[in-house]
Unconditional design. Structure first.
Length: 585
């Protein structure tokens, strides 16, 4: 691992260009995001990565993003350690390939060193892109994009950032390369037609949620191994062959919920040995894993999406068609999520192999072996970071690798999938009771409600509140403990012109502003955002105090302080909350 040559001479130039690129990126319409640069530096023989004193930009309406930026400035990642870097930015700099996740909560602390701070400041979606110097020979840093919402597709954001970098004579790697092409000929079309027929038959007969086809990448583009012009696709490392699903259209989706996972696959490439499909490609045979969520991000780049969409068991087989000769097609099947028994797995896989044998005489195992009448055998292997794959031959019968989690695995259980129907059955109970009945934690229930678009929890008092026509609100699932705050918001409703609006007066020096917020949005963060906009302040450069019932100014830093402020106003029969803004010295 080395830093760019003459990096000290390039530092000021690169920083200026990154600053301009981030400005262009924001001008392209990006909002609700923190973008920051991580640059390498050297102390003695040690190479490290940091974001301190590097360019960044964020949406001032989101104070949590600024707070997270302040927290990340304290981190330094060592690059010359033999072990895998303990953060997304370190891995991206080392491998010179982009990495992203729908939600950082799917990382382990060893994979994302800043996890505790990310959870504290509500960081969810994250993407890191390598940045290459103008001559295209070295990686000069990593640009990290951070969101406070969960995100599945990053192609648009990556494309905008690539354009912004190109405008300042820098470059990065595209997530989905628009330069790919497909080879349309009669032989290829016939092979894909046979594959599609096989996928549809297998999915329908076995009630599989999703099946898709991977192929070795056929297109060429400018990327990333070393940052130069390389005869490889945007997802491969130097000298390695990777797979993509953008070159083919043979896939079959039964469960509409899985479209998001399918879209995520389009944005990813798999190296040989990565995931179940990568293992099948490497052995030119079959591979099976009873729980793909046990893979690490390096072992299976799509593992976070598998956890998000509740996918567990997967089977893949590498086939060749008599129509296209030596072309490899890796068919990947995802088993129903309710199947956890080994016998069920064996039955499904036997059915898959039978379908492959009977559906079309043109499809054969890429290894050249025949799929016998007696089916296949399972061979247990341990999923490990070294990616070792055992010999795929056991006699003359194709072997299915069965990946199992070692005792010391980072993830002991897969994320729990909660269908919306099961959640709705718990309406009428408190969230704590519902979580207990569903055998999940309260935070997990809140996350699943958010995933299903359930913005408010219908608790035991829901019908009563709805029927009496009062101003009381349902409990927000992200603020289940804010009942007191919501109740106290009813102060002096008779004196207010709008019973659903809270009046707030804030003073800053000689200036006084008055504004209104809907009760459902009256949080500490919302008030901070409004004050920033009105007084044109930078977040984290001031503090807030409120006037309590004994006329003392009390520091406000959280929603709990907000609730105390409302209670104080209620005690003195005030029609508005009084706040004071003080600049930090």
């Amino acid at each position: 691992m080395t830093v760019p040559s003459k990096y000290q001479d390039l530092t000021s130039v690169i920083k200026e260009r990154i600053t301009l690129a981030l400005r262009y990126f924001i001008e392209l319409g990006e909002k609700h995001i923190l973008a920051q640069m991580w640059a390498p530096f050297q102390i003695g023989r040690h190479h490290m990565l940091e974001t301190l004193d590097q360019p960044f930009v964020y949406d001032p309406k989101f104070t949590l993003l600024h707070q997270y930026r302040e927290a990340t400035k304290k981190y330094i990642f060592i690059l010359d350690d033999k072990t895998e870097p303990m953060d997304i930015c370190g891995r991206v700099f080392r491998h010179k390939l982009p990495e992203w996740t729908p939600n950082v909560q799917y990382y382990s602390p060893r994979e994302y060193q800043r996890l505790s701070h990310a959870l504290t400041y509500n960081v969810c979606g994250t993407m890191a892109l390598p940045v290459f110097e103008p001559n295209g020979q070295s990686c000069v840093g990593v640009l990290e994009l951070i969101l406070t919402s969960q995100k599945i597709n990053y192609a648009l954001e990556a494309d905008k950032m690539c354009k912004a970098l190109e405008a300042v004579n820098l470059r990065s790697s595209n997530v989905v390369d628009s330069s790919y092409f497909q080879i349309y000929n009669e032989s290829g079309e016939q092979a894909l037609a046979d594959i599609l027929e096989l996928l549809s038959k297998v999915c329908e007969s076995n009630k599989l949620p999703l099946a898709q086809t991977w192929v070795p990448c056929r297109h060429r583009s400018v990327v990333a191994s070393g940052g130069g012009f390389d005869e490889s696709c945007g997802g491969s490392r130097m000298g390695q062959v990777c797979m993509s699903i953008t070159d083919v259209s043979a896939f079959y989706v039964v469960d509409a919920h899985m479209w998001g996972f399918r879209e995520a696959c389009v944005e990813h490439h798999l190296q040989k040995g990565q995931g179940v499909a990568g293992r099948a490609f490497e052995t030119r045979s079959s591979s099976f894993c009873e729980n793909i969520t046990h893979f690490s991000k390096t072992e299976y780049p799509l593992v976070h999406y598998a956890r998000l969409f509740g996918l567990v068991a997967s089977f893949a087989i590498c086939l060749r068609s008599s129509y296209t000769g030596d072309d490899d097609y890796i068919l990947e099947f995802f088993l129903p999520t309710y199947m956890i028994d080994h016998k069920d797995h064996q039955r499904i896989v036997d059915s898959l192999l039978t379908s492959v044998r009977q559906c079309s005489t043109s499809l054969k195992l890429a290894s050249g072996e025949e799929i016998g009448e007696d089916g296949i055998s399972f061979k247990n292997i341990i999923s490990s970071a070294n990616g070792d794959v055992p010999n795929s031959e056991e006699g003359r019968r194709p072997v299915v690798e069965r990946c199992i989690q070692p005792p010391e695995a980072k993830y002991k259980t897969a994320p729990i999938s909660l269908p919306r129907e099961e959640i709705e059955k718990q309406f009428g109970r408190t969230m704590k009771e519902a979580a207990k009945n569903l055998n999940v934690g309260l935070s997990t229930l809140k996350c699943r409600c958010k995933d299903h678009g359930i913005s408010e929890w219908q608790g035991p008092n829901f019908r009563k509140r709805k029927s009496n026509g009062s101003h009381s609100k349902q409990i927000n699932i992200n603020e289940a403990d804010n009942i007191a705050m919501r109740d106290s918001l009813s102060i002096n409703r008779g004196k207010c012109s709008d019973s659903n609006t809270l009046t707030i007066k804030a003073e800053y020096g000689d200036d006084l502003i008055k504004f209104h917020l809907p009760i459902s949005l009256a949080t500490f963060e919302a008030i901070e955002t409004e004050i920033c906009d009105r007084f044109m302040l930078v977040p984290a450069t001031y503090k807030l105090k409120y006037l309590d019932e004994v006329k003392e100014w009390i520091l406000m830093t959280s929603d709990q302080d907000m609730r105390d402020c409302i209670k104080s106003s209620k005690l003195i029969n005030s029609t508005a909350l009084r706040l004071r803004v003080l600049r930090l010295t």
